[in-house]
Ligand binder design. Structure first.
Ligand code: ATP
Length: 588
C-alpha cells in the first residue's frame, strides 16, 4: 500500500465528522492493507509507532521539522515559520511549500506506507549527540520524495500532531466491519484489546486468524492488561444488594496503581501504571521485592503502590507517593520514603491465565505467593454479608487514613478494561459535595481577563467521554481555584496542543477562547450535578444535558496517569446524578 493512498484516506477522515462515515473510511483503508501492513497502518492511524505501553517517542523538535521542510523545499527557514503561522499548522505549511517548490523532486520514488513508518521508527531510534540533525536528515529524505499531501501527514505524524479524530473505539469498530462484515463483533475485539492493550496486534491476529484467533488470545507477560475499573454506589445497603448479599470488601489505598510483570528466571520485572505507561524505573524497591519476595517464576499481579511508614504503621498522603513520578533522585527517595505495594489481584501465574478465574480463587492464589511481611503485601480485606459490617470496615479504613473501600464480587472474573459492578468503590465524601471527584478531559481554555491577563489563562472547558459516540461532551467550565503556578503551567502545556477549530471528537455548544486536542485530564470536585441546556454531556431530546455546579480542580495540574479516553464517562455522570438525587431524598 502506498503512503499516498493512506494520506488521501487521512484527508477524507479529516473532512467528515460523523462517526459512521469515519468507520466507513477507516474500514475501506484497512481493507487495502496487504499482509504485514495492518499493524504499522493501525499504529500510524493512532499517531503511534507501536503499542502505547512501549512508549516509543519520535522526539522530533518543531524546529528540526521546520529545518527539514526548508531543506527539502529550498525555502528559508523564516518562510517556513511564516507560512506555518499563516496557516496555523506546520503540516499544512509543508504541503503548501512542497507544492510551490522549484527544487527538482525525486518524483519517480513513491513511498510505501510501511517505508514511511519504518523511517519514523529510525527517527525515534536516532539518539545521542547530534541526534536532532540525524532525525532531520531522515525527515528530509522522506520529504524530498513526497507529494504535497504526503508531506502534510508526514510532518504531522513526525510531530505527534496527526489528530485524525478517530479514537481506539472507532478503529476497533472499523476493524470489525472490514474483517467480519459487521460492526457487531466490536465487543469481542474490544475484549481482545483489553487483554493485550495493543490495537496493532488485535488487527494482525484478526486479519491472519479471524475471529477464532481473537477468541484464543491470552494474557502474556510484559504486555499489560487494561485495568478493571470500579463502579460507584452511595450506600452499604445498595452495594450488598448489587452483590447478591455477600461480597469481599478491600481497603482502598490512594497511591499509584501498578501492574507488576515478573519473570524470575530472566530477572526481568516491568511495572505499568494505570494508563499502562512503564513506570519501572520509578519503583526500584518494588522491582527488587518482586524478584525476592514473590513465590513464582512468572507472574502478573496488580496493586497500589503507596508511601507507608513501617515504624509508625502510617499511610502517607498521596502527595508523598506521587513524588516518585520524576526522573531523578529516585534511589534517594526509595530510601527516605519507601513505597509498599498492596497487591489486590493476580492475572497470570506460571503459564496460567487467571483473568477468567473467579475473584476468590485469584485472591487465594495471590495470598499463597506473597509473604506476610515485606514490601509487597496483600490488600486488607474482609468478607461481609451485613451492611453494618461493611460500614464498620469503611469507617476503620478512614480512621487509618485511607480513602475508603472497594467491594468485590466473589465469583466475578477480572473484567479487563471495563467499569462493571463486580467492583464498587465507596469513598469518603463531605456533606454538600458530590460523593466522588470526576476526571475530565480538557477541550479548551480561556484567556485571562482582569487580574489574570498576565498569565494568559482564565479557566478550562472540560468534558466527559461518551464511549458510545467516541466523543467528548462538555460538562463544565472551570474558572476558579487555580494558583498562579497552575495558571502558568496550564497555559504552557495547553498552548502546545491548541488547534484552530473545534476538534473532531468534541461536541460543544460553548466556544472557548482556544480549542485544544483532548489529551489531558484534570480531577475535579463539584457540589452537585445539575441539568443544563448549556452542555452536551448526556443531552436528551429536550436538548438538556448535565453540568457540574461549583467545579474546582483537585489535582495539582493534569492527571498524569489517565489519558483523555479514560476520562469519566457520560454514563458515569448520569449515574452519579441519579445517585445524588436518591441521597437527597433519603436526607429529606
Ligand atoms: P478509576 O480508576 O475508577 O477510573 P480513579 O483512577 O480516579 O478512577 P478511584 O476512583 O479513586 O480512581 O478508584 C479506583 C482506583 O482505586 C483503582 O484504579 C486503583 O488504583 C485504586 N485502588 C486502591 N485500592 C484498591 C483495591 N483494593 N482494589 C482495587 N483498586 C484499588
Amino acid at each position: 500500500m502506498l503512503f499516498e493512498e493512506v494520506a488521501s484516506y487521512y484527508e477524507k477522515l479529516e473532512n467528515v465528522s460523523s462517526r459512521l462515515a469515519m468507520i466507513d473510511i477507516l474500514s475501506e483503508m484497512l481493507g487495502k492493507a496487504k499482509r504485514g501492513e495492518i499493524r504499522p497502518l493501525i499504529y500510524m492511524t493512532q499517531g503511534l509507532l507501536g503499542p502505547p505501553f512501549e512508549g516509543i517517542d519520535l522526539g522530533m523538535a518543531e524546529k528540526s521539522a521546520q529545518h527539514a521542510i526548508a531543506t527539502a523545499t529550498g525555502y528559508h527557514n523564516e518562510e517556513v515559520v511564516s507560512v506555518s503561522r499563516r496557516l496555523g499548522d506546520i503540516g499544512d505549511a509543508a504541503e503548501e511549500l512542497v507544492k510551490k517548490t522549484k527544487l527538482r523532486r525525486m518524483g519517480s520514488k513513491r513511498h510505501g506506507a510501511v517505508d514511511v513508518f519504518e523511517t519514523m521508527i529510525k527517527i525515534a531510534h536516532t539518539g545521542g549527540a547530534g541526534s536532532q540533525e540525524g532525525k532531520r536528515n531522515l525527515l528530509v529524505s522522506l520529504l524530498t520524495a513526497s507529494s504535497p499531501l504526503e508531506a502534510r501527514y508526514i510532518i504531522r505524524f513526525a510531530l505527534g500532531k496527526l489528530r485524525l479524530g478517530a479514537g481506539d473505539a472507532t478503529i476497533l469498530e472499523a476493524l470489525s466491519k472490514e474483517a467480519t462484515g459487521t460492526r457487531e463483533n466490536k465487543p469481542k475485539l474490544e475484549n481482545a484489546y483489553n487483554i493485550c492493550s495493543d490495537l496493532g496486534k488485535v488487527g494482525e491476529i484478526l486479519t491472519e486468524s479471524g475471529m477464532e484467533g481473537i477468541g484464543k488470545l491470552k494474557v502474556s507477560l510484559f504486555s499489560p492488561v487494561r485495568p478493571a475499573l470500579a463502579e460507584r454506589l452511595p450506600t452499604a445497603e445498595e452495594i450488598l444488594e448489587k452483590m447478591h448479599g455477600r461480597c469481599a470488601v478491600e481497603s482502598k489505598y490512594d497511591g499509584l496503581r501498578a501492574q507488576v510483570h515478573i519473570d524470575r528466571g530472566r530477572r526481568r520485572v516491568e511495572i505499568f501504571s494505570r494508563n499502562l505507561e512503564k513506570i519501572t524505573p520509578m519503583l526500584p524497591e518494588i522491582v527488587k521485592a518482586a524478584l525476592s519476595e514473590v513465590k513464582a517464576e512468572k507472574a502478573i499481579l496488580e496493586g497500589e503502590a503507596i508511601a507507608y511508614d513501617e515504624t509508625t504503621r502510617e499511610f502517607r498522603p498521596f502527595q508523598e507517593t506521587i513524588q516518585r513520578k520524576r526522573k531523578t533522585g529516585i534511589e534517594e527517595l526509595s530510601r527516605s520514603m519507601p513505597l509498599h505495594l498492596f497487591a489486590f489481584d493476580l492475572m497470570f501465574l506460571d503459564g496460567e491465565d487467571y483473568l477468567n478465574k473467579p475473584y476468590e480463587e485469584r485472591r487465594e492464589k495471590l495470598e499463597s505467593i506473597l509473604k506476610k511481611e515485606g514490601t509487597i503485601l496483600t490488600s486488607g480485606r474482609i468478607i461481609v454479608d451485613k451492611p453494618r459490617d461493611l460500614e464498620k470496615y469503611f469507617e476503620e479504613q478512614i480512621e487509618e487514613g485511607l480513602e475508603g473501600i472497594v467491594a468485590k464480587e466473589l465469583n466475578s472474573p477480572y473484567v479487563a478494561g471495563a467499569r462493571k459492578f463486580s467492583w464498587i468503590k465507596l469513598k469518603r465524601s463531605y456533606k454538600g459535595e458530590l460523593s466522588d471527584t470526576v476526571d475530565l478531559a480538557i477541550v479548551g481554555y480561556y484567556i485571562g481577563r482582569g487580574q489574570r491577563t498576565e498569565f494568559g489563562f482564565g479557566g478550562l472547558l472540560a468534558a466527559a467521554y461518551n464511549e458510545k459516540r467516541d466523543m467528548f461532551e462538555t460538562v463544565t467550565r472551570i474558572g476558579t481555584g487555580f494558583s498562579e503556578e497552575q495558571m502558568k503551567n496550564f497555559k504552557k502545556i495547553l498552548d502546545k496542543i491548541k488547534v484552530p477549530h473545534k476538534p473532531a471528537r468534541v461536541d460543544s455548544l460553548v466556544t472557548p477562547d482556544f480549542w485544544v486536542e483532548p489529551k489531558y485530564v484534570v480531577e475535579v470536585r463539584a457540589d452537585e450535578i445539575t441539568r443544563s441546556p448549556m452542555h452536551t454531556c448526556g443531552r436528551d431530546s429536550n436538548d438538556t444535558g448535565y453540568a457540574l455546579r461549583f467545579p474546582r480542580i483537585v489535582s495539582d495540574g493534569v492527571r498524569g496517569d489517565k489519558s483523555a479516553d479514560e476520562a469519566t464517562t457520560t454514563k458515569e455522570i448520569i449515574e452519579m446524578y441519579g445517585q445524588q438525587k436518591r441521597i437527597k431524598v433519603e436526607d429529606a
